[in-house]
Design a protein around this ligand. Structure first.
Ligand SMILES: [Mn+2]
Length: 389
């Protein structure tokens, strides 16, 4: 049974008290940690999805050729999860390829020393894809975000598995495209699910390259252990991966200390044009083509700006509205963790997590802004923010 927030608060207080008691006496600390960690599920075969993992394992065992894919504009979670599983499957002698519909960000290239990340090319790759025994989709949320890869997989009736921690949408009229559904909304990252799978079903130890990939998945999706999804499982996973050789600061440097000059200039432009509404509870910025030009930056330089706006004191909900091209607009929204905003995203045809969601629309940025702001303002007006953050 899932514990309520009240239960969690209670057990937290109890653990804190126990902690200080053990600290004073200087004994029993290890057993106290053991007790605390025993309650956290870290193995796939003991999770609520145990039966589904076991079906998935049978499918993997039977499969000779396997395709792995994640959403367009892939992130550290999707990439990390698929690289770790790819290495595992290659070691088992499977004919496995990672084919994504778009390129991984260059900061993540260090995770792929063997060049396994490929961009799907219909002309060259369809012949290989159509004979796949299994397709695994990672971190998707919305099946349509596989684009051509997804369409080709459905067309050639390749059995599909989904490893994810997003609420699902975009299945279309035929219902779920997946035969195996490994979805856990409570997982801090998709990489966490792959880690749990490997812990249960891999005989050998997790390698350093797998550990780096999975740690990157975890760190990027929890905002370096800051976001609301950071739980005991996240920290246990980090500890386990450190045992497998991960150096946290090495990963941090490679992922986060890489801001280019153009991105820095663009951040300056974002700061310059932030607007507020609802007594500063909503903060947003529009990145138009003119503003990109002002920074000397490109679309690819957009990185983490909606998170940045959220960090401003008093801001509960942040949005970055990006003009992708005239008549095409992208919105990235964040919430400080009191007010879910994915319903607003869904209302406008987007989706995502409760506190981090997005929308892509074939509309001008002015049209998108004019729709989005009233929706956010209405939500904020009707919500009682208790923690005063
Ligand atoms: Mn994710």
């Amino acid at each position: 049974m899932r514990s309520t927030i009240l239960d969690r608060k209670f057990s937290y207080n109890r653990q804190t008290e126990q902690h200080s008691k053990y600290e004073r006496s200087g004994v029993g600390m290890a057993s106290s940690i053991k007790q605390m960690t025993a309650e956290i599920n870290i193995d796939a075969e003991r999770s609520e999805l145990a039966a589904e993992w076991s079906h998935f394992q049978d499918a993997l065992n039977r499969a000779g050729r396997i395709i792995l894919s994640t959403h367009e504009n892939p992130d550290g979670d999707g990439i990390g999860a698929q690289l770790a599983l790819c290495e595992h499957l290659k070691m088992l002698g499977k004919d496995v390829r990672i084919l994504n519909c778009s390129q991984a960000p260059s900061v993540l290239e260090f995770l792929d020393p063997n060049g396994w990340l490929e961009v799907y090319d219909h002309g060259n790759d369809e012949a290989w894809l159509k004979d796949c025994d299994l397709g695994v989709a990672f971190d998707l949320g919305d099946f349509r975000r596989l684009h051509e890869v997804g369409e080709n997989l459905v067309m050639h009736k390749v059995p599909l598995a989904c490893i994810d921690h997003h609420p699902q949408m975009g299945y279309g009229e035929n219902g779920s495209p997946y035969r195996y559904t490994l979805i856990d909304f409570t997982a801090p990252s998709t990489g966490t699910l792959v880690w749990q799978y490997l812990r249960s079903y891999r005989k050998e130890a997790i390698t350093r390259t797998m550990a780096d990939a999975l740690y990157t998945a975890l760190v990027t999706d929890t905002g370096s252990f800051k976001y609301d999804n950071t739980d005991g499982r996240a920290h246990l996973m980090a500890m386990d991966l450190m045992q497998a050789g991960v150096h946290p600061y090495y990963i941090h440097k490679r992922v986060y200390e890489q801001r280019t000059h153009a991105q820095t200039m663009l951040l300056g432009v974002v700061i310059k044009y932030i607007q507020y509404s609802a007594d500063h509870r909503i903060g947003w910025c529009v990145l138009t083509k003119e503003r990109f030009a002002e920074a000397g930056a490109e679309l690819d330089d957009v990185e983490g700006f909606s998170e940045f706006i959220r960090t401003i004191k008093g801001v509960q909900v942040s949005a970055l509205i990006t003009e992708v091209e005239p008549g095409k607009t992208r919105v990235s929204m964040r919430s400080k963790g009191s007010l879910p905003i994915n319903d607003v995203a869904e209302q406008m045809g987007g989706g995502g997590h409760a506190f981090a969601s997005g929308i892509s629309l074939d509309q001008t940025w002015q049209e998108v802004e004019a729709q989005l702001l009233p929706l956010l303002e209405a939500k904020v007006a009707n919500f009682n923010f208790e923690d005063g953050a």
